[in-house]
Design a protein around this ligand. Structure first.
Ligand SMILES: Cc1cc2nc3c(=O)[nH]c(=O)nc-3n(C[C@H](O)[C@H](O)[C@H](O)COP(=O)(O)OP(=O)(O)OC[C@H]3O[C@@H](n4cnc5c(N)ncnc54)[C@H](O)[C@@H]3O)c2cc1C
Ligand code: FES
Length: 293
């Protein structure tokens, strides 16, 4: 059975009471953007009609697959399509990478989570690494539409791992690139490049960062001494994505929050990063065994 569940944004903080809209989610496009990084576009009109920057969807590659949360990277409301970019890291994302045009995704649930807060803040840095290069795109676009000066800062180990530069350039005032091997843009990684910019007095009123947990942690620690509010999109282990199972528990400003319904965006200066890192490692052994099998 195929299902598409759509949760209206007005109810996205109370998903238990949301409406349920079954329908097919068919793969429209699946293409590699870089090694291990895949773009997936599906036809899911009910989700495309409502999704907002910062929200995510949950899908399964097949009837027996795990539920995989993915940040929305783009959508076309008229065509009824939703796009995500994922990194192949284990069993479920390897299976997602095998989907082809015309395949039906048996579960495609969303929009989930709260939309990221967008307002006119002045100069906003949108930082993305890995799948976050795509995740940051609709946020940068939304911020630009509201009249902000948008600096997009993207990072990868090497230049060939970066993608969507043209899309990002179209919505940003400036795109800064950093690669750890120096093959493209700045050679220094995020913390140094951003720290140096802030040290030199560059005006940045807010940072929004999406990427691996370590990247978001580093960004938060870099901006903390400069007191630049830094919003991060947390990616703890999730199961149901509706606030029922507790798997995505995080601690923010000393309070327990569920990333799937209270987030996924939180103030990076208030996140208990040690707890997040240790909870993310909880299933490492079974995940590795599963991927090897
Ligand atoms: C709100 C949210 C948005 C996300 N957006 C994206 C995205 O846009 N693109 C992308 O590539 N990845 C995204 N992730 C992470 C993605 O969901 C996991 O990489 C994926 O579930 C791994 O499944 P797997 O079976 O392939 O790997 P596994 O073998 O299960 O695990 C491999 C690694 O992924 C981590 N992981 C496993 N399950 C989850 C999970 N449910 N949530 C988070 N991490 C997990 C593990 O800690 C491990 O390090 C997001 C996660 C969350 C919570
Ligand atoms: S994933 Fe179950 S409570 Fe968030």
């Amino acid at each position: 059975m195929s299902e598409t569940t759509q949760i209206p944004p007005s109810h996205s903080d109370q998903p238990q009471g949301s409406r349920f809209e079954p329908g097919p989610a068919t793969v429209v496009k699946s293409e590699p953007l870089a090694p291990n990084l895949q773009l997936l576009t599906v036809h899911a009109p009910a989700v495309a009609a409502k999704i907002q920057p910062g929200q995510f969807i949950i899908l399964r590659a097949d009837e027996h697959g795990e539920r995989v949360p993915l940040t929305v990277a783009d959508w076309d409301r008229e065509a009824g399509t939703v796009s995500c970019v994922f990194m192949q890291v284990g069993t479920s994302t390897y299976k997602l990478g095998e989907l082809k045009e015309g395949d039906v995704v048996p579960t495609f649930v969303g929009p989930l989570g709260k939309a990221v807060e967008l307002d006119k803040w002045g100069t906003v840095m949108c930082a993305g690494g890995c799948y976050g290069i795509a995740g940051i795109y609709p946020i940068a676009r939304g911020l630009k539409e509201l009249g902000n000066e948008v600096i997009v800062f993207i990072e990868g180990r090497s230049g060939f791992l970066l993608y969507w530069l043209d899309k990002l350039e179209a919505v940003a005032d400036r795109v800064i690139i950093a690669t750890r091997d120096g093959s493209l843009g700045e050679k220094e990684g995020y913390p140094h490049a951003v720290g140096r910019m802030l040290d030199e007095g560059e005006q940045v009123d807010r940072v929004v960062a999406i990427g691996c947990t370590f990247m978001m942690y580093e960004m938060s620690e870099t901006t903390r001494p400069f007191e630049v509010k830094t919003i991060v999109s947390l990616n703890p282990i999730m199961i149901d994505g509706t606030g029922m199972c507790g798997a995505c528990r995080v601690s923010v400003d000393g309070e327990t929050r569920f990333a799937c319904v209270d987030g996924p965006d939180f103030d990076g200066h208030q996140v208990d990063w040690d707890l997040l890192f240790s909870r993310r490692k909880a299933y490492l052994r079974p995940e590795t065994d599963s991927a090897e099998r």
